[in-house]
Design a protein around this ligand. Structure first.
Ligand SMILES: C[S@@+](CC[C@H](N)C(=O)[O-])C[C@H]1O[C@@H](n2cnc3c(N)ncnc32)[C@H](O)[C@@H]1O
Length: 263
């Protein structure tokens, strides 16, 4: 039998640099999303899971909001960093090294979230169904799963287009770029190229360039998988956090949206 080995991803080799590049202040956005989840749940949530938490940006928001917070990721380097950073900020959360297709939390949570297209890493046949089933098994009845994602199809003018950004923390400055190189229209599989230019005072500059394969779901196909899962579509908010009509056809031009799925 063929076995797949996942090689350590170079994008996460320097978790602090990743966190500086992707760890912008999302607290206001996260608490606004929690307010919408509370309205759908019918009460304020007590607990939340950050799915594919990476270095822990959303996880820190959950802990800062006073929730019992859990962070799940398959990359142990990122989890170690996330724990250290939480400690530095006087926050706490429980971290789990696990695959988002198959995991069990110590107790079901009120809310789960999957930020910035993390759901796109589910590229294999059946992966999304396994993930939605595992997620639902770890949610309370009425609990919400907030999925931040962009939909396909991808218009040609987006391919190869980069919008580099830079952030600094202390003596570390990171310039980052994330661009979509190609999408297979048949399978929805997309190749992204991520670049980090890492400048630490007193150290030589380092450049990390790596490619990630992710799935770009078109909305009808994604909805069909949700319909086959224990979750149901409850709400969609645009990037501006304004409600969007779930029946309106979204494409890559609509940017990331927040899809609320409810158990
Ligand atoms: C683009 S990062 C997003 C990290 C974080 N949510 C953020 O907003 O910065 C995607 C994360 O997904 C994780 N990941 C990918 N596939 C996974 C899987 N099957 N199970 C758990 N984590 C996974 C990676 O290790 C990585 O930390």
């Amino acid at each position: 039998m063929l076995e797949t080995t996942i090689l350590p991803d170079p994008l996460y080799a320097d978790p602090e640099a990743y966190d500086v590049a992707f760890g912008w202040d999302s607290y206001a956005e996260t608490t606004a999303l929690l307010d919408v989840a509370a309205a759908l749940l019918g009460r304020a949530p007590d607990s939340a899971l950050d799915v594919a938490c990476g270095a822990g940006r959303t996880l820190r928001d959950f802990a800062r909001a006073g929730l019992t917070a859990y962070g799940l990721d398959r990359d142990a380097r990122l989890l170690r960093f996330a724990k250290r950073r939480l400690g530095e900020l006087g926050l706490s959360a429980e971290l789990l090294a696990a695959d988002m297709r198959d995991f069990t939390l110590p107790q079901p949570v009120d809310v789960a979230a999957n930020a910035i297209n993390g759901i796109g890493y589910l590229t294999g046949p059946g992966d999304l169904d396994r993930h939605l089933a595992a997620l639902a098994a770890n949610l309370v009845d009425g609990g919400l799963y907030i999925v931040e994602m962009s939909f396909g199809p991808v218009q040609a003018h987006w391919l190869g287009k980069g919008e580099p950004w830079a952030f600094e923390r202390g003596t570390l400055r990171v310039m980052a770029d994330w661009r979509l190189l190609s999408v297979d229209e048949e399978t929805g599989l997309a190749t992204h190229e991520a670049t980090l230019i890492i400048q630490r005072r007193g150290e030589p500059e380092r450049r990390v360039v790596c490619r990630h394969e992710m799935r770009k779901w078109d909305q009808p196909t994604f909805y069909a998988h949700v319909a086959d899962s224990p979750l149901r579509l409850a709400q969609i908010l645009g990037r501006d956090l304004q409600p969007r009509d779930p029946a309106q056809r979204l494409t890559y031009d609509d940017d990331n949206v927040f899809v609320f799925l409810q158990k």
